[in-house]
Design a protein around this ligand. Structure first.
Ligand code: SF4
Length: 281
């Protein structure tokens, strides 16, 4: 069985940056607690490793005094940031630069008088953070049907959740064009997502079966599976190498591997090793 890795897979720049920042914080902490505000990434196994190394996951109400707080790549509302600073906590801001860009674009649209429309998931922390910059005053839409249900708009400005698929974003933009007199489009989908999406699309056309390694709650990992299934119906999401069932691989000549933006290299490696062991029988 041939094992082929997607050309682009795993940790994106934003997640790598936030994880590195947390480890730098530990070095400088001088005995003080380092916490992340919410899970640093959507990957239970990597969170376990991080916690073993002394970086705890916390929420706003249970941060110990004098801690260093790491803001994760999804970002937070400006109100949350302000309240942490007011408590005298040390902040290290791991907000991904792409997310900062989206926050700025949303604010620019809002201040310029546009009705802000966000293509994405209202409950995703990235979107909740962005909404905080514009007084929660935006329509958040996930589907074309939701756009069609909006009232008629005059000047609409649209941004996308960084992990949305370009195809879905374009469909939402087109639908918005029928609802609003003017639509100003901001390109806020991040390159890392596009690169992983492109790589999985190419790979899925060349393999009989494909595993995407990623957290079950990771939006971008689930989207990779969705994309892969267009060409490879046997694309499956797994969190760990332990989920691989050798029976499923019977007769498979070529298997592909992709990984979500929150999947560390050590987990990709463990899947490769397990597949090699199965192939060697
Ligand atoms: S997926 Fe993109 S936007 Fe999100 S953290 Fe990674 S690099 Fe940043």
């Amino acid at each position: 069985m041939e094992i082929v890795l997607a050309e682009s897979l795993g940790f994106c720049m934003g997640v790598k940056r936030a994880v590195d920042m947390a480890y730098r914080a530990i070095e400088k902490a001088d005995g003080q607690q380092v916490v992340t505000l919410g899970p640093l990434i959507h990957n239970a196994q990597e969170i376990e490793r991080i916690e073993r190394d002394g970086i705890k996951t916390s929420d706003e109400n249970s941060i110990p005094e004098n801690s260093t707080v790491i803001i994760r790549a999804h970002g937070v509302t400006p109100q949350a940031l302000h309240s942490l600073k007011a408590r005298g906590l040390k902040i290290m801001d791991g907000t991904c630069p792409y997310v900062h860009y989206s926050q700025r674009k949303a604010l620019e649209l809002y201040e310029a008088g546009y009705t802000v429309v966000i293509a994405g998931d209202r409950n995703h922390p990235e979107i909740r953070g962005i909404l905080g910059y514009i007084n929660d005053d935006a329509y958040v839409v996930k589907t074309v049907e939701e756009v069609r249900a909006l009232p008629a708009l005059d000047r609409a400005g649209i941004i996308a959740q960084t992990t949305i698929s370009p195809k879905k974003y374009q469909a939402i933009i087109d639908a918005l064009g029928e609802k609003a007199r003017e639509v100003k489009v901001c390109e806020t989908i991040c390159d890392a997502t596009e690169e992983n999406q492109k790589a999985i699309r190419e790979l899925s056309a060349e393999v009989e079966m494909l595993y995407v390694i990623g957290g079950r709650h990771s939006a971008n990992s689930n989207k990779l599976v969705e994309t892969a299934r267009e060409k490879c119906p046997r694309a499956t999401l797994i969190e760990t190498a332990g989920e691989i069932n050798p029976e499923d691989l019977r007769g498979v000549g070529r298997i592909g591997i992709g990984a979500g933006a929150s999947t560390p290299d050590w987990m990709i490696q463990s899947v490769v090793e397990r597949l090699r062991a199965i192939a060697e029988g």
